[in-house]
Design a protein around this ligand. Structure first.
Ligand SMILES: [Zn+2]
Ligand SMILES: [Zn+2]
Length: 354
């Protein structure tokens, strides 16, 4: 559900002690401590930024309003040891080593814009989930999913049933898939009684569907072009309303927001829960403004979780030449976007010993 942005009355900071952050990162488990000890000097230098009080890479979480996630959705924090010992989390294996992206319907006004968009996602996710292969599936029209759809009573925009899309993705999941994520420019709803949902995932099935419709700068304006007066269909299987249905312009801000959403949500499929330690991509968000305030990358505690799940070397992930999409996006974001904070150097930090 979308919460209206409330101006902060008092800004609060969630600041943990050096000891708490160090334990959350390294734990007291001797096996995990020895894993940390095996990091080289450069990698340790990055990880230790988590608990350095004067770190200029990672800071405490700032709460801007009462509707921020931590205030409105109290959850138990998950440290590295809890993640590591979670018997239900999914880990990629040599046999299941690919993230598949299924584009459903048009992402842009032309086929080539949609293709470019998917290429961005592929590059971005391969940099982020370093070591896994990201493979786009052949795009499909909405009709291929056989899902239900409706017009939202409040916003009059077209919406499709997210859970039915998940069933479709589960059926299509290739043998070597760690997960399949569907991306779509049409708004979603999870059940009839709900207003909308921006995405939904099944961790057990390793599938997720995410809509970027509401990232269009015009979604909430009164003359939004995606509004429909009446849903005219000849049968429940008449999908002609999706032919030439409005898609927002793929502007840079939309691209940035959707890359952040996609990596956050795939993070959940790995078993990463919402971060309550430091400013981090895995912080929960209850509204677009809060999502925009999240940084592009993970804090060291969440990075440690992802690293143990995929098994990459930290310095390989951050080597400038290997993360062009991340580096380009960060450069762009710092020069143009008013929506995000200045880039955290962690994404391009050289990790050579020294
Ligand atoms: Zn989340
Ligand atoms: Zn984190």
């Amino acid at each position: 559900m979308r919460c209206e942005w409330k101006k902060p009355v008092t800004m609060q900071t969630v600041r943990h002690s050096e000891h708490t952050l160090k334990t959350a990162l390294i734990s007291k488990n001797p096996a995990l401590v020895s894993q940390y000890e095996k990091l080289d000097a450069g990698e340790k230098r990055l990880m230790d930024e988590a608990f350095r009080p004067d770190s200029n890479l990672f800071g405490p979480i700032t709460l801007h309003s009462q509707s921020d996630w931590i205030t409105s959705h109290p959850e138990a924090p998950q440290d590295f040891a809890e993640f590591f010992n979670d018997p239900y989390r999914k880990t990629p294996s040599p046999q299941k080593h690919s993230i598949y992206i299924q584009c459903i319907g048009s992402l842009g006004n032309t086929g080539s814009i949609s293709e470019e968009y998917v290429k961005w996602f592929k590059g971005y996710c391969e940099a982020f989930f370093y070591g896994l292969t990201v493979k786009p599936l052949e795009p499909v029209p909405v009709s291929a999913t056989r899902c239900s759809f409706r017009i939202n009573d409040n916003t009059q925009n077209l919406q499709i049933h997210a859970r039915q899309i998940l069933k479709f993705l589960k059926k299509k999941k290739p043998e070597d898939a760690f997960c399949v994520v569907g991306i779509i420019m049409i708004d979603l709803y999870p059940r009839d009684s709900w207003n909308f949902v921006s995405g939904q995932a099944s961790l057990t099935d390793g599938v997720g569907i995410f809509s970027f419709a509401r990232y269009g700068s015009d979604f909430y304006i009164s003359h939004y072009e995606g509004k429909l007066k009446k849903l005219q269909k000849k049968s429940s299987r008449d999908y002609s309303v999706f032919d030439n249905y409005y898609v927002p312009e793929v502007a840079s801000v939309l691209l940035l927001q959707s890359c952040k959403t996609l990596t956050h949500e795939i993070g959940h499929i790995f078993g990463l829960q919402h971060c309550q330690w430091l400013t981090c991509l895995m912080q929960g968000s209850d509204h677009l403004e809060e999502a925009d305030q999240r940084p592009l990358d993970l804090c060291p505690i969440c990075l440690c979780k992802l690293q143990s799940a995929i098994g990459f070397h930290l310095k390989d992930r951050y080597k400038g030449t290997r993360v062009p999409a991340l580096a380009v996006l960060i450069t762009w974001a710092s020069s143009q976007s008013q929506l995000c904070e200045p880039p955290k150097a962690s994404a391009i930090l050289p990790l050579e010993p020294g």
